[in-house]
Design a protein around this ligand. Structure first.
Ligand code: SAH
Length: 479
């Protein structure tokens, strides 16, 4: 059989890729097929071929997998934001847990994984407290807010996203009405002209407070009074700001913002801690799961009230303040200066006096504090972005030899790499638990507990992080 563009093939979907594409094989040749689920028997049309694999689109579903469910959102397929919406929720959870396990085995070299059951959600929709809608024109030139179709920059109109808050729709309607009424143009990517680019909406689920930040292609905000008069009729409206972004790239927000109405932040709470969140700061998007995740991190940290704790990649101090309730002293380190300011304000807001925050790169600050001030932690919590911890940081961590390390990760692959490093230098992987922070999508969060086997000896074993890159490269080349 020949595998070339436009040919049709019938195959059984047997696996799923990291980004949620179904994988089936025909005569040993692997095809990646969007919109399919493991177990489907599908007629697919080949779109693109490479030596060992290709991509195809679903033409006809001949036999539906028992893992399938009807997506709730009519736009699930064109949108592409919810890669797993056509999979039953319990199957999504099973897949995510397995993904963590297999990454730890394959990339981390662990055999027995001390995994606890994945923590899912009771209601896996409407969980996001933050949404960013691009504003522009549809094919007919009509002003719309929505989302980008797949990987393109064509906006598909959608005033509701089933992962987000119900009030978003009313807010977008008012923004579009205001633009129509006062002849305010939306930004056009092709020409770089037009004003309004994005609407960022954040809601404090615990407080009901709402923030709207409009991203504009310009410095001046016209008709601000008319916009705020309209938006403030929405219950809970607390902060209306704009951020100027005149760059022609894919970054959504500008570097700063100005207030149009109200405060420049909203407040939310997770557990007993209240947080102040400004437009440019990172804040976890799923508050229900975040509370559970932080509780787990706290439980793994096993604090008694005396410990010195580092919270690295601390954002606005979310985890730090949770830990501070049970620790002697907490040091938070974060690279974004505004987030550090939020973190300090949050400590004050909660009357927490045993938390101190530093702005800078964790991989520079921790080694320096250790060398120069002899600051050593009993427990280190890390919550890095997808690329994981830097090697310098891992090295200092092992030199500092905290009794426990709690690793919170949003990427199981870099987690596996970093755990391999730590476990070759005297740490033992005690517990692993996956959390579904992002139902309907392929993303998964993981919390791990590591404990120091020999607190007084500095074991030097040579594992190189090169192993990780070698495996990853080999996989890439295979594809
Ligand atoms: N722990 C926080 C934030 C986690 S997100 C929470 O749960 O809310 C990761 C954070 O790491 C972001 O705030 C990002 O700005 C920060 N960051 C990225 N690179 C960093 C680095 N090299 N050093 C310190 N912080 C960094």
């Amino acid at each position: 059989m020949e595998f070339k563009k436009n040919n049709t093939v019938i195959l059984r979907i047997e696996d799923m890729s990291q980004d949620g594409l179904g994988i089936g094989k025909a005569e040993g040749y692997a095809l990646f097929v969007k919109d399919t689920v493991i177990g489907d028997l599908a007629k697919v049309k080949i779109l693109k071929t490479k030596k060992n694999y290709g991509f195809a689109r679903l033409e006809e579903l001949l036999e539906a997998s028992d893992k399938r469910t009807e997506p709730k959102c009519p736009l699930a397929r064109p949108c592409g934001g919810c890669q797993l919406q056509m999979m039953k929720y319990e199957e999504q959870l099973r897949w995510k847990e397995q993904k963590v396990r297999s990454d730890l085995q394959r990339l981390g070299g662990f055999q027995e994984i001390p995994m606890e059951p994945i923590q899912g959600m009771e209601n896996p929709f409407r969980y996001r407290n933050k949404a960013q809608f691009p504003i522009g024109y549809d094919r007919e030139g009509k002003l719309v807010a929505g989302f980008y179709a797949g990987r393109t920059h064509t906006i598909i109109p959608a005033d509701d996203c089933l992962l987000g808050s119900e009030s978003n729709r009313r807010i977008l309607e008012r923004i579009l009405d205001w633009m129509e009424q006062y002849g305010i143009a939306a930004y056009r990517e092709d020409t770089g002209k037009g004003l309004v680019r994005h609407a960022l909406i954040r809601s404090g689920f615990a407080t009901g407070e709402i923030m709207v930040c409009l991203v504009i292609n310009g410095k001046q905000f016209p008709r601000g009074k008319e916009l705020t008069e309209s938006l403030t009729q929405i219950p809970g409206m607390t902060s209306i700001t704009f951020s100027s972004n005149t760059r022609r790239d894919n970054v959504i927000l500008g570097d700063s913002y100005e207030v149009l109405w109200g405060q420049d932040y909203i407040t939310d709470s997770i557990g007993e801690i209240r947080y102040q969140i400004s437009p440019l700061s990172f804040y976890q998007v799923n508050p229900v799961q975040t509370r559970r995740l932080y509780r787990q991190a706290l439980e793994y940290a096993g604090l008694t009230g005396k410990e010195t704790v580092y919270d690295l990649y601390c954002g606005i101090g979310t985890i730090s303040l949770f830990l501070a309730q049970r620790a002697g002293k907490v040091f938070g380190v974060e690279i974004v200066p505004q987030a550090v300011e939020d973190a300090r304000a949050n400590a004050r807001l909660n009357g927490i006096t045993n938390a101190e925050f530093f702005a800078g790169r964790a991989e520079e600050i921790v080694p320096r504090q250790y060398r120069e001030q002899g600051i050593r932690a009993d427990v280190v919590v890390v919550d890095p972005p997808r690329k994981g911890c830097g090697e310098e940081l891992l090295e200092t961590m092992t030199a500092m030899a905290p009794e426990k390390i709690v690793y919170v990760s949003c990427d199981p692959a870099t987690l596996a790499r970093d755990l391999k490093y730590l476990c070759a230098r005297g740490y033992e992987l005690k517990k692993v638990r996956a959390f579904d922070q992002f139902p309907q999508t392929v993303h998964v969060e993981t919390v791990c507990l590591l404990s120091n086997r020999k607190p007084d000896t500095k074991v030097r074993v040579d594992v190189d992080l090169e192993d990780y890159y070698r495996i990853k490269d080999a996989e890439k080349n295979q594809n």
